[in-house]
Design a protein around this ligand. Structure first.
Ligand code: ADP
Length: 431
């Protein structure tokens, strides 16, 4: 049935009933009684209409679907329609609130900064990453012009030129930011910021590494090519000079070989598809072998001792060996003849540790924090003289990182150094 008929038919029936009842009363009790009864019935109906009108007006002040009255007559239909409409609204509102909460959370977690501005660059909203990148505080800066908040000539030029299809690289508060403005809607613009400081740092490290490695390789190559040119232009070189040249060329060849090997080791250690092994590393035989190698390198110029009081560990034996060899060979190379070198493998409460102590040239404090950087040397010529590649401690650092171990360096120029490798307790074989 049509809803309008559903409304009219019961209402008309009620009026017809009142009229019929009044007519009946007129017939039996006379006109006065009939008029009085009709008046009462109409008053009751008017009162009911007023009552539900008042209920509706009260409800409209706080339109909550759970508070709707049931109603009577046509009101039942009105209230049930209002109830359905309100439920629909409440559902939409709940969905919108949920979406807004999700959007806010996503914006809070986004590592990139997002700033919403109007068409004349007044700040409307920004996420925490944008606050961090651009030094903004939403609560304080809302409604202010972004060009007054981001005080950078490059940013001003970007705004003036208005070439927003291109991003801008901006150095701000010691960060390298990639900034781009994207117009949206009719009168709004989004400013997106991406922090490229870390990428830039890695890029710079890579560039430095290539420049340093090329430089390191060029020096021995220049020497070798120089001798080869002498050999080809002077056919009758005396055997003594020739063998001296060959010796120097061989030395330079070894230097290049060491360098390439260290570079390969570093790149292997850094590669992500090279997970750490947890083999049993037999420390006693490994350290005894390292002692023998150190003695061969020292050629009786130093007094070298080894004391082993801790047991075996878990890890990658080859990597740990290469780290320990680097530390011990450094001790030999940077300790003048007659000096003492001690190797200790001991147990502590914090885990097993390997210590290499020497009475060598030592390192002054300002260099210590930089020693594990690639190609960092305190004294370049001394490192080269002793066949150093400048990558030894960088390799040590990477191996230790992979084993959750720490490198502690104590040193005093002219007195000696102590390099301590502290492994975590979980590295013990029986842990
Ligand atoms: P290198 O191949 O030059 O020895 P490393 O990375 O092994 O490179 O060491 C970096 C620098 O740290 C060395 O050039 C040297 O100046 C310093 N160094 C390392 N070990 C010692 C030590 N035991 N005594 C003094 N200086 C050291």
């Amino acid at each position: 049935m049509h809803p309008r008929l559903l409304f009219w038919i019961p209402a008309l029936l009620r009026y017809a009933l009142v009229l019929a009842a009044s007519a009946g009363l007129w017939f039996f009790f006379g006109s006065n009684v009939a008029l009085l009864a009709a008046l009462l019935a109409v008053s009751l109906m008017v009162f009911l209409q007023l009552f539900y009108l008042n209920q509706l007006s009260e409800w409209l002040e706080h339109p909550d679907s759970s508070r709707l009255p049931d109603g009577w007559g046509a009101w039942t239909m009105i209230f049930s329609r209002l109830y359905r409409m309100r439920r629909g609204d409440e559902k939409n509102q709940a969905e919108l609130t949920e979406w807004l909460a999700r959007f806010r959370q996503a914006m809070h977690l986004l590592p990139d900064g997002v700033v919403i501005m109007d068409d004349v660059l007044f700040l409307e909203w920004c996420n925490p990453a944008a606050e961090k990148h651009l030094g903004l505080t939403l609560a304080r800066d809302k409604g202010m012009r972004v060009t007054n908040l981001i005080r950078s000539p490059d940013f001003m030029d970007y705004i003036i030129l208005g070439r927003y299809e291109q991003p801008l690289v901006l150095t701000l508060r010691e960060r390298k930011l990639i900034v781009q403005i994207i117009p949206f809607e009719n009168r709004r613009q989004i400013l997106v910021t991406h922090d490229a400081t870390e990428t830039e740092r890695i890029d710079m490290m890579r560039r430095d590494f290539i420049a340093n490695a090329s430089h390191e390789l060029r020096t021995p190559l220049t020497v070798i090519i120089g001798f080869l040119e002498i050999a080809s232009s002077q056919a009758n070189l005396d055997p003594e000079t020739r063998s001296a040249h060959l010796k120097l060329m061989t030395e330079q060849g070894h230097r290049m070989q060491n360098l390439v090997e260290d570079m390969l080791t570093l790149s292997r250690l850094e590669s992500v598809d090279h997970p750490l092994r947890h083999d049993r590393v037999a420390m006693q035989p490994m350290l005894e072998q390292i002692l023998q190698e150190a003695q061969a390198l020292s050629n009786n110029r130093h007094q070298i001792t080894l004391e082993v009081t801790a047991g075996d560990i878990k890890g990658n034996g080859d990597e740990l060996r290469s780290a320990f060899v680097n530390l011990v060979s450094n001790a030999v190379r940077y300790t003048p003849d007659g000096g003492r070198i001690e190797m200790l493998w001991q147990e502590t409460e914090q885990g097993p540790q390997f210590i290499v102590k020497d009475s060598g040239i030592g390192i002054s404090a300002e260099h210590i924090s930089r020693l594990t950087e690639r190609f960092y040397r305190v004294d370049k010529s001394r490192s080269r003289q002793t066949q150093g590649t400048g990558l030894g401690l960088a390799i040590v650092k990477h191996v230790l990182l992979r084993h959750g171990a720490a490198l502690l360096i104590e040193s005093e120029a002219g007195v000696g150094s102590s390099f301590k490798v502290r492994l975590p307790p979980t590295a013990r074989w029986n842990s």
